[in-house]
Design a protein around this ligand. Structure first.
Ligand code: DC
Length: 221
C-alpha cells in the first residue's frame, strides 16, 4: 500500500516549501493541491465567471481538464493541456481560488483526482482538507500554522524581493480575510483533523519544521 503524509494549514504557513523538502528526503512525490484549485480558478477567470455565481462555477468546472505531471522533480499543472504553472501565482487567481473552492462540484472533481494520485504513489500532499477529507487514513497528519503577522511578513518579503510594490498591513488583512473564508465555508472548511499534530512555524526555520515532520513520520512508521 502506498504511504502518505497530509499537511494542512492556512496560506503562508510554509506548507509547500516544507512539504517539498519532506517529500525529497523520503523519495515521495509532493502534491500541491492548492495549485489545482488555482488552475480551476484561472479557468473561471478565463471564462469570465463571477466569483459569486455558484451555478455558473458548477457548470463551468465540468469542462476543465486539470492534470498533474511531475517533470524534473517539479509539479506541473495542466489546464486543458496547457502548462499553467506560470499563471496561477497571482493575487487575482488566489482570491478567485479562495472563492471558487467553496463550490461542492469543484471540490468533488479535484478531491477525486487527489485520491487517485495517492492510491498508487507515496505522497506528501498539502492543502486545507487533506487530513480531514482527501486522505483520512494518512500515515501522518500535520496541521502547520503560523501567526497572521509572521505570514504577512513572509509574503511581504517574497513580493518585495520580486520587486512588487506592496503594503504589509494590506497583506495581513488579505491573509486574515482568506483564513476566515477558508475556515468558515460550508464544504470542507480548513480545520485541524482530530489526529493531526499541530506545528506552529512562527519561530521555527524551514529546516527545523521539516526535521520535526520527518521525526514524527519515522516515529510512526
Ligand atoms: O494553498 P493555496 O494558497 O495555493 O490555495 C489556493 C486556494 O485554494 C485557497 O484559498 C484555498 C483553496 N484550497 C482548498 O480549498 N483546498 C485545498 N486542498 C487546497 C487549496
Amino acid at each position: 500500500m502506498s504511504k502518505s503524509i497530509a499537511i494542512d494549514g492556512p496560506a503562508g504557513a510554509g506548507k509547500s516549501t516544507i512539504a517539498k523538502k519532506v517529500a525529497k528526503s523520503l523519495g515521495f512525490i509532493y502534491v500541491d493541491t492548492g495549485a489545482m484549485y488555482r488552475a480551476m480558478a484561472l479557468y473561471m477567470i478565463k471564462n469570465k465567471v463571477d466569483a459569486s455565481d455558484s451555478e455558473k462555477i458548477s457548470a463551468t468546472c465540468k469542462s476543465a481538464d486539470i492534470t498533474i505531471k511531475h517533470e524534473n522533480g517539479e509539479q506541473v499543472v495542466y489546464l486543458n493541456k496547457e502548462n499553467v504553472n506560470g499563471l496561477i501565482r497571482t493575487e487575482e487567481v488566489g482570491n478567485m481560488a479562495s472563492a471558487s473552492s467553496v463550490n461542492a462540484d469543484v471540490r468533488a472533481k479535484l478531491v477525486e483526482l487527489q485520491q487517485k494520485m495517492a492510491e498508487t504513489t507515496d505522497v506528501v500532499m498539502d492543502g486545507r482538507d487533506i487530513g480531514t477529507v482527501v486522505l483520512p487514513g494518512a500515515d501522518l497528519k500535520v496541521y502547520l500554522t503560523a501567526s497572521s503577522k509572521v505570514r504577512a511578513e513572509r509574503r511581504y518579503k517574497e513580493l518585495t524581493e520580486k520587486g512588487t510594490q506592496c503594503n504589509l498591513d494590506e497583506i495581513e488583512k488579505d491573509i486574515i480575510d482568506r483564513d476566515y473564508r477558508d475556515m468558515h465555508r460550508e464544504n470542507s472548511p480548513l480545520k485541524q483533523a482530530e489526529d493531526a499534530v499541530l506545528v506552529d512555524s512562527s519561530y521555527m526555520t524551514i529546516d527545523e519544521v521539516a526535521d520535526e515532520i520527518l521525526r514524527l513520520y519515522k516515529e510512526r512508521a
